[in-house]
Design a protein around this ligand. Structure first.
Ligand code: NAP
Ligand code: GLV
Ligand code: GLV
Length: 319
C-alpha cells in the first residue's frame, strides 16, 4: 500500500480523505517538526509528503524517501524550505496553497502596521504596568495612518490585498515590481523603483517570496534610504531583511519601528536584541492563522496530494 507522511496534524477533517482513498497514513503528532533523524526515518518509502514551512526538505530527505516519492504538498504558499531543483531532478511534484491565505495574511500585515504606528502594544503594557495615571496630550503619539504613503514591496496576491486595505485607510500606495502590473490601476497604486519608494514612504510593507534575489533585500543601504521615522512591516520571510541592519537602524533611531511576523532567526529567542525595542512588535509567523483559512489550506494540500498520486494534474503546482 502506498504511504503518505504528514509532518503535523492539520485542522479540519481533510487528512481523513487520504486513508479513505486507500493510502497508508502517518501523521507526526509532535507540536514541532520531527528532528532530522526522525524525519529521514519517517519518509522512507513514502509516495507523498505533506510538509510545513519549517521542515527542511532537501535532496537528503528526498533520497531517504526513495524513488516512490511522487509529491510534496506544502501547507503554505512560500516554498523556500524545499529544494525545488532537487525535486525537479527526481521528477517529484511540489504543490502549495496560494490564494486561500491571501486575505488572512494581508489582514495581519495591516494589523501589524496599525499596531506599530499607533503603539497598541506599548499602550497595553503601559496600562498593565500600572503607569496609566492621567490623560495627557502627548502620551504615546505616533504617525497617522490616513494620508500616509506606503510602499508595497512585491505586488503579487498578498501585496495587492494589502494595497486594497491601505487604500481603504486613505493612503497613497506605491509598489515595486519587476514588471508593470495592470491590476495596480484599479487599486490606485503607482509603480516606483525600490530606491525611490524607500525614500518616499512613511511605511514599507514586504510581500516578496524569499529567493536568492530577495535575500537581504532590505539591508543597511535600504534602511539609509528610508525616511527618518518610517516603519517596516514584514510578513514575507525573515531573511528578506538583514537582521543586523534592522537592529542598527532601530538603535540609531532612524527607523521609527517595525512590525514583524517573520524574523531571522525564526523562532526568535526571547532574549533577542530586537525584542529590547519598545517600537518593535513581533508575532510568531501567524500570517495565515485565520481559522477558516487553515482548514481550507488542509483541503488544498490533500486535494493536490491525491491528484498527483492518482496520476492527475494538481491544481496548485509549483513544479
Ligand atoms: P505572489 O503572488 O507570488 O507575490 C509575490 C510577488 O513578489 C510576485 O508577484 C512578484 O512580482 C514579486 N517578486 C519580486 N521578486 C521576486 C522574485 N525574485 N521571485 C518571484 N517573485 C518576486 O506570492 P503571495 O501569495 O503574495 O505570497 C508572497 C510571500 O508571502 C510568500 O512567498 C511567503 O513567503 C509570504 N507569506 C507569508 C505568510 C505569513 O504567515 N507571514 C503567509 C503567506 C505568505 P513581480 O513578478 O511583479 O516582481
Ligand atoms: C506562510 O508563511 C506561507 O508561506 O504560507
Ligand atoms: C478623546 O477621547 C476625545 O474625546 O477626544
Amino acid at each position: 500500500m502506498a504511504k503518505v507522511f504528514v509532518t503535523r496534524k492539520l485542522p479540519g477533517g481533510a487528512l481523513d480523505r487520504i486513508r479513505q482513498a486507500g493510502y497508508g497514513l502517518e501523521v507526526w503528532e509532535g507540536f514541532c517538526s520531527p528532528d532530522r533523524d526522525t524525519m529521514l526515518a519517517k519518509v522512507a518509502g513514502v509516495s507523498g509528503l505533506i510538509t510545513l514551512l519549517e521542515d527542511r526538505i532537501d535532496a537528503e530527505v528526498m533520497d531517504a524517501a526513495g524513488p516512490s516519492l511522487k509529491v510534496i504538498a506544502q501547507y503554505a504558499v512560500g516554498v523556500d524550505n524545499i529544494d525545488l531543483q532537487a525535486a525537479r531532478a527526481r521528477g517529484i511534484r511540489v504543490t502549495n496553497t496560494p490564494g486561500v491565505l491571501t486575505d488572512a495574511t494581508a489582514d495581519l500585515a495591516f494589523a501589524l502596521l496599525a499596531a506599530t504606528a499607533r503603539r497598541v502594544v506599548e499602550g497595553h503594557d503601559y496600562v498593565r504596568n500600572g503607569e496609566w495615571r492621567c490623560w495627557h496630550p502627548e502620551l504615546l503619539l505616533g504617525p497617522e495612518l490616513h494620508g500616509a504613503t506606503v510602499l508595497v514591496v512585491g505586488f503579487g496576491r498578498i501585496g495587492q490585498a494589502f494595497a486594497k486595505r491601505a487604500r481603504g485607510f486613505d493612503m497613497t500606495v506605491l509598489y515595486t515590481s519587476r514588471r508593470e502590473r495592470p491590476e495596480a490601476k484599479a487599486l490606485g497604486a503607482r509603480r516606483i523603483s525600490l530606491e525611490e519608494g524607500l525614500a518616499r514612504a512613511d511605511f514599507v510593507s514586504l510581500h516578496v517570496p524569499l529567493t536568492p534575489e530577495t535575500h537581504h533585500l532590505i539591508d543597511e543601504a535600504a534602511f539609509r534610504r528610508m525616511k527618518p521615522g518610517a516603519l517596516l512591516i514584514n510578513t514575507a520571510r525573515g531573511k528578506v531583511v538583514k537582521t543586523q541592519a534592522l537592529v542598527e537602524a532601530l538603535k540609531a533611531g532612524h527607523l521609527g519601528g517595525a512590525g514583524l511576523d517573520v524574523t531571522d532567526p525564526e523562532p526568535l529567542p526571547p532574549d533577542h536584541r530586537l525584542l529590547h525595542f519598545p517600537n518593535v512588535i513581533v508575532t510568531p509567523h501567524v500570517g495565515s492563522a485565520g481559522r477558516a483559512t487553515r482548514v481550507r489550506m488542509a483541503e488544498m494540500v490533500v486535494d493536490d496530494l491525491l491528484a498527483v498520486l492518482s496520476g492527475n494534474e494538481p491544481e496548485n503546482p509549483v513544479i
